[in-house]
Ligand binder design. Structure first.
Ligand code: ADP
Ligand code: ADP
Ligand code: MG
Length: 667
């Protein structure tokens, strides 16, 4: 076994590889770019080498700099993770030429998968089923047209050297063929430099089922069963699970055997994935081999109880596979979803920025979190915006789904927009619950899983208001505890409070809307007015992330992540996120008082009192400044008049609605 390896990657996969290495006493060397100087993988590795600028082509894609770093640190092997250089045959070759082990297959195996046409031909000569079609060299449009007629419609035109979902066209009838051919060739030329295409039958209602394979350098090749990844958006996987709800035992065995055949056909070594497309009739066809560890590998680890990275290290160091085919056993059901910084409502636009809040469910035997960031870290614009993978396991699929729903409801991300709400809807959608999703479903029915409401449900507004009121009170209490004045009424537990008779206003932002809510009361007992209705709340409290209260004598419970600025409430089915806006800025005059009184618009600390008893003041004149929710609020006079009394001094902590300044009654 190795004693030191270099990880040529970043984010969650680098952290995940480090975890296994640590278990086996293998020292790790991280590489990092400018943007990643403070990243988790850099902190967790034993050593870290800076390799260049933030753009991947200046760092994580610089094979020579990475090999240099490995030599300098004495690393015996390089793990490429996924993405970046992981499927780059030239890099794999250069690593080995430098006397360092590449933790993955041989360059030649990768090269055999370089062209879709070549790969299909090779596989079919080895008895692996491929989608019927045409993969020949003759690219004359008239000839291709004739081949299309033979294959029959609908069919697909694919760029022979394509990938990443690009350069593909579905053609439904012969009349559409030539125009589609031309545009596919043009796209292929632009994207891949070569315009060769292949034709194949279009598989209706397709499912994506892939087989994890593993091979050592002693001629042993086995498979670790399947993962189904049919829930896709634009050919990107959204949910991955094992076992596939679609496969029978017999079909699983056929596909496993075919995958092992496919791996042997290219002299495969180490971990790989053979992707198949499966028709509604259960017929399956080879699509491609991913010559690396995949994002969704934890699903296989959860059902087999194996550590795939450990196996990768053992195989790369020359050991035999730890198990033979008949010893591979699976138990229960595992499902993975990927939490992304992206905005499903803006066409899944990738997000970036500081993770103000990152609350993930606690890991357990049922819940695994693979993350490369922690709260306070930044999601960079330079890389994949994945925040974490959430993987759940249980005895069977219904229970695993329940685990997933539950785990997602505990997750909360603030800062960049995330896909949590989208995932929550998706994992409750009948097509996912029944295990019948096909690869094109989401693209055709996206609106069914996008958040749609044009206003937040009323029970969420009430819950958020209660959470906000409690958070405000807690913050004021804590601030008073820290304050220098031990005699401050706020430092005395319970009891002292002033004037909660009149109501105060809270303002929230929900998506792009502003909402006003009015509240009276304190310490868990409130009267909340939202729109037309007024609701009495009693015994409200937050313990950890559980918000509970009585509403009109009925007990209600929510999951809540709340502070004085941001609030997420979850009712067990769905969630709503709110942002606080200082009420004072929202509606100047009213919030600070009216008539004769200037009240505190929210709990906070007085920064300065700018007037004294007897002063003549004019409407809108600033009388005092207070600090609340980390902002300064200007308290202005509601009218022209004379100051009758002042109840606060600079430095005092005041509760919401406290009477601060009084004007003499108008003549
Ligand atoms: P596929 O969808 O083809 O099966 P995976 O689901 O395994 O592939 O995802 C691999 C893809 O993730 C890469 O092709 C790349 O686009 C992206 N990627 C590359 N590097 C990283 C990284 N460090 N973190 C997250 N995603 C990455
Ligand atoms: P890429 O290399 O760009 O990932 P693939 O050939 O692997 O392209 O195909 C990507 C996706 O396109 C598949 O996961 C599947 O959903 C769909 N697809 C590919 N070929 C067919 C086909 N013959 N019939 C129906 N859908 C297909
Ligand atoms: Mg593919």
């Amino acid at each position: 076994m190795f004693t030191k390896i270099l990880i040529a990657n970043r984010g969650e996969i680098a952290c995940r590889i480090i975890r296994t290495c640590r278990q086996f006493g293998i020292r790790t060397v991280a590489v990092y770019s400018d943007a990643d100087a403070k990243a988790q993988h850099v902190k967790q590795a034993d050593e870290a080498i800076h390799v260049g600028g933030s753009i991947p082509s200046e760092s994580y894609l610089c094979g020579d700099k990475i090999i240099e770093a490995a030599k300098k640190t004495g690393a015996q092997a390089i793990h490429p993770g996924y993405g970046f250089l992981s499927e780059n045959a030239d890099f794999a070759e250069a690593v080995e030429a430098a006397g360092i082990r590449f933790i993955g297959p041989k360059a030649n195996s990768m090269r055999k998968m370089g062209s879709k046409a070549g790969a299909k031909d090779l596989m079919s000569t080895h008895g692996v089923p491929v989608v019927p079609g045409y993969t020949g060299e003759n690219q004359e449009p008239a000839y291709l047209f004739q081949e299309a007629d033979r294959i029959q419609y609908p069919l697909m035109i694919k760029a022979a050297h394509g990938g990443g979902g690009k350069g593909m066209r579905i053609v439904r009838s012969s009349g559409e063929f030539l125009a589609n051919l031309e545009s596919c060739q043009r796209e292929a030329k632009n994207a891949f430099g070569r315009d060769r295409v292949l034709l194949e039958k279009y598989i209706e209602q397709p499912r994506h089922i892939e087989i994890q394979v593993f091979a050592d350098s002693h001629g042993n090749t086995i498979h670790l069963n399947e993962r189904e990844c049919s829930a896709q958006r634009r050919y990107q996987k959204v949910i991955e699970e094992s076992p596939s709800p679609f496969l029978t035992g017999e079909r699983r065995k056929q596909m496993g055997d075919a995958a092992v055949q496919a791996a042997k056909a290219i002299d495969y070594v180490n971990a790989g994935t053979v992707e198949f497309i499966v028709g509604a009739d259960g017929d399956f066809y080879f699509m491609e081999i991913n010559t690396r560890l995949q994002v969704e590998h934890p699903v296989t680890e959860m059902v087999t109880g194996l550590d795939l990275v450990e196996w990768q290290l053992r195989v790369a160091s020359g050991e035999k596979l730890p198990l033979v085919q008949s010893e591979i056993q699976t138990k229960g059901h595992a499902i993975e979803v990927r939490l992304y910084a992206e905005d499903p409502e803006k066409n899944f636009l990738p997000g970036s920025g500081r993770l103000e809040k990152l609350h993930l469910p606690a890991p357990s035997k049922n819940v695994r979190i693979d993350a490369g960031v922690v709260e306070g870290d930044t999601v960079s614009i330079f890389y994949d915006p994945m925040i974490a993978k959430l993987i759940v396991w249980d005895e069977d699929r219904p229970r695993a789904l329940a685990q997933l729903q539950n785990a997602l409801s505990y997750a909360d991300i603030k800062g960049p927009k995330s896909n949590i709400e989208f995932l929550e809807k998706l994992v409750r959608h009948p097509v996912v619950v029944s295990g019948n999703i096909t690869t094109n479903y989401l693209d055709q029915h996206l609106s069914e899983v996008l958040p749609q409401a044009d206003a937040p449900a009323a029970h969420f507004v009430i819950a958020a208001t209660v959470a906000a009121l409690l958070a405000d009170e807690k913050q004021t209490r804590q601030a008073a505890m820290r304050s220098s004045d031990p005699h401050s009424p706020w430092a005395i537990a319970d009891g002292w409070r002033i004037g909660h008779e009149s109501q105060r206003k809270l303002c929230f932002r929900w998506r792009d809307q502003n909402l006003d809510v009015y509240a009276k009361g304190s310490h868990g007992n409130y009267e909340i007015t939202h729109g037309e209705s007024t609701i009495n709340i009693g015994n409200a409290g937050i313990h950890d992330v559980t918000l509970s209260f009585q509403r009109d004598a009925m007990a209600q419970r929510f999951l809540a992540h709340a502070d004085t600025r941001m609030i997420t409430v979850h009712d067990g089915q769905s969630r709503a996120g709110f942002e606080r806006i200082p009420a004072f800025f929202f509606d100047d005059s009213k919030a600070s008082g009216s008539g004769d009184r200037i009240n505190a618009p929210m709990p906070g600390r007085m920064v300065v009192v700018k007037s004294k008893i007897g002063d003549e003041v004019t409407e809108g004149q600033e009388l005092a400044v207070m600090e609340a929710m980390k902002m300064e609020l200007s308290l202005k006079s509601p009218r022209t008049g004379k100051i009758a009394s002042i109840n606060v001094n600079a430095g005092d902590f005041v509760e919401a609605d406290a009477l601060l300044i009084k004007l003499e009654a108008a003549q």
